[in-house]
Design a binder for this molecule. Structure first.
Ligand code: NAD
Length: 252
């Protein structure tokens, strides 16, 4: 990747009126959390896992829930630390050049990196909390993980008896309408849209760059593999995120 591309992106960031950042699983691979569709992705290695990642499958299949909870108790997401990419975005916010960070990630690492919570939308939810699919009760995931470790392998809600799931949004579940509306409004208002570590294939989030482009924003893509938007990006950065992003932010 050329130094002039890095410098150009830093200049646009400095001069931008409103910066929108969208992140995906690729920003967390350097924290030891595999993505879905990269070369070492969970779904690249096990295509069956993609077919079962729906809310319908979770609700109808007890064995699947038991396996999901067992996986959660020793998931890399519970112990992962933010990496240089997350820290660079936190620094960008400190420099006043990050208006909204929409993440598809459910690992909580943007919060852990110190990016102000009011600047972050976790559009697909979080694994750090549980949610009852019946009454909507929520709480720290650790409460449920403790129950699982103590032998309750498919925990149900103590108030309403409903199914419990991590507070993530699976395929087949609606996004939080207010979050999506806020993200769409910010995308239509930004003049610089940075897409980082995402294959840009999961809708409706993948429509956000389209909204920004139609409203006249420049699109910068930082991703190791192709995305459907590559031909429309002002600059396409193919490097690793943890190496590239700090270089850009340092120059802002
Ligand atoms: P994705 O797996 O579809 O795409 C990730 C992209 O990141 C790939 O194109 C890959 O080439 C690129 N990438 C991986 N590591 C990189 C690196 N170090 N530098 C540069 N590029 C890198 O992920 P997505 O677009 O976010 O969509 C899939 C869904 O996955 C999202 O809905 C998200 O909720 C979920 N997910 C989240 C996590 C997490 O929270 N960390 C992990 C896996 C999946």
């Amino acid at each position: 990747m050329s130094h002039s591309d890095i410098k150009a992106v830093a200049t646009w960031l400095r001069e931008a009126r409103s910066v929108f950042v969208l992140t995906g699983a690729g920003i967390s691979t350097e924290s030891g959390i595999p993505d879905f569709r990269g070369p070492e992705g969970v779904w690249t290695k096990d295509p069956e896992a993609e077919r079962t990642a729906t809310i319908q499958h979770y609700m109808s299949n007890r064995d699947h829930r038991i396996q999901s909870w067992a996986n959660r108790t020793n998931s890399a997401m519970q112990t992962a630390e933010p990496n240089a990419g997350h820290m660079a975005l936190s620094n960008l916010a400190e420099k006043g050049k990050l208006d909204l960070l929409v993440t598809q990630n459910i690992d909580g690492l943007h919060h852990a990196a110190g990016t102000p919570p009011e600047s972050i939308i976790e559009i697909h939810g979080t694994v750090l909390e549980y949610a009852c699919l019946g009454c909507g009760d929520r709480g720290p995931i650790e409460v449920m993980l403790e129950r699982v470790r103590n032998g309750d392998e498919d925990p149900h809600c103590e108030s309403c008896g409903g199914l419990i799931k991590s507070a993530t949004i699976s395929f087949g579940q609606a996004l939080v309408a207010a979050d999506l509306e806020k993200a769409q409004a910010a995308a239509s208002n930004c003049d610089l849209f940075l897409a980082i570590g995402t294959s840009l294939t999961v809708y409706p989030v993948a429509a956000l760059p389209e909204i920004a482009l139609q409203c006249g924003a420049q699109l910068i893509i930082l991703n190791a593999q192709e995305t459907p938007y590559d031909g429309r990006a002002t600059v396409l950065l193919r490097g690793g995120i943890g190496e590239t992003l700090p270089r850009i932010v340092e120059l802002v």
